[in-house]
Design a protein around this ligand. Structure first.
Ligand code: DGY
Length: 327
């Protein structure tokens, strides 16, 4: 008999076909995620769950899904999952690292460039019929080449940003709790403390995971340290940046601009005043959303799920060493 699994949203066929072949799967077809109650109800008798970053998986959830042996998250980030709770119950957890690194860094750089060169404002200007002639002072932005990029976090995506910055002849500073001397030479990076990072960056790009330590770490005090001409880019997780502090910093000219793919909350309330600011560019959490990358993510998530169901080591484990124990 095929193992029962719940797939909490439709994912690309490349992964879904594998899941359907190996498992007795129910797929949630709605655009919106299932509520917690529905997620529990659907997963209660399942051995596997292919989850999304909108699904909160914790001890209380796991205790109501006693057969669950593996949670395969369709994302590299796994702040939606209490990994300790999973480990304590012998539930293997997998994510999708690596395959989305370049796609996400491409998009973070897109946000950086859109903010620096005021691309969205330009589009709005044209659409509003305001483009009458070539203007010497029209929509002046900031140069990217030769500027200083500050990377908050030097994991895979932070490093991929540094590679892109090389092509723009940028000076690149980084802060990470783990110093990467091996990468410093290769990517021409300077390791600095947090204060220096915020004070010297022309572009400050966020690449740390969301943890209790990073939650709200980009806040009013940090904006005050930044250059008034600085641009913030966030393609990591919304709650790392305090939304109201960001709004005030942009409104009051503490920093010049922000380009973000993630917000807190997500989605941002449509009546939030930050959406009225012209120096704010926001996208709906699509940094990894290329056709190829989303297909590869689906494949890894499926491989994690199936390995977990077979009682094998996951190809991309989060709690390495935890082989699905529950029967
Ligand atoms: C992730 O993978 O963590 C992204 O936020 C979605 O691709």
């Amino acid at each position: 008999m095929k193992p029962k699994v719940f797939v909490s949203r439709r994912i690309p066929d490349r992964g879904l076909e594998k899941v359907l072949e190996f498992c007795d799967a129910e797929v949630w077809e709605d655009e919106l995620p299932p509520s917690r109650e529905v997620l529990i109800e659907k997963t209660r008798d399942c051995e596997g769950l292919l989850s999304l970053l909108t699904d909160k998986i914790d001890g209380e959830f796991l205790d109501q899904c006693p057969k669950l042996r593996v949670v395969a998250n369709y994302a590299v980030g796994f702040d939606n999952i209490n990994v300790d709770d999973c480990t304590a119950r012998g539930v293997a957890v997998g994510n999708t690292p690596g395959v989305l690194t370049d796609t996400t860094a491409d998009f973070a750089f897109t946000l950086l460039m859109s903010a620096a060169r005021r691309v969205v404002e330009g589009m709005d200007y044209v659409r509003a019929g305001r483009w009458k002639t070539w203007g010497p002072m029209l929509l002046l932005g900031r140069d990217i080449y030769g500027a200083t990029l500050g990377l908050l976090g030097l994991g895979r995506i932070g490093s991929a940003m540094a590679e892109r910055a090389k092509g723009f002849n940028m000076r690149v500073l980084y802060y990470d709790p783990y110093r990467r001397e091996d990468l410093e030479k290769e990517l021409n990076l300077e390791y600095v403390d947090l204060d220096t990072l915020f004070e010297q960056a022309d572009f400050l790009s966020v690449h740390v995971p969301l943890t209790p330590e990073t939650n709200g770490m980009v806040n009013a005090a940090r904006f005050k340290q930044m250059k008034k001409t600085a641009i913030l880019v966030n393609s990591a997780r919304g709650p790392i940046v305090n939304t109201n502090d960001l709004y005030e910093a942009l409104r009051d000219g503490e920093i010049a601009y922000a380009g973000v793919d993630v917000t807190d909350p997500e989605p941002i309330q449509t009546d939030h005043p930050i959406l009225k600011l012209s120096n704010f560019v926001v996208c709906p959490h699509i940094a990894s959303a290329s056709i190829e990358t989303r297909g590869r993510m689906a494949e890894i998530a499926a491989d994690n799920l199936i390995a977990g169901l077979k009682g094998e080591a996951l190809p991309a484990p989060v709690n390495k060493g935890v082989i699905a124990k529950r029967k």
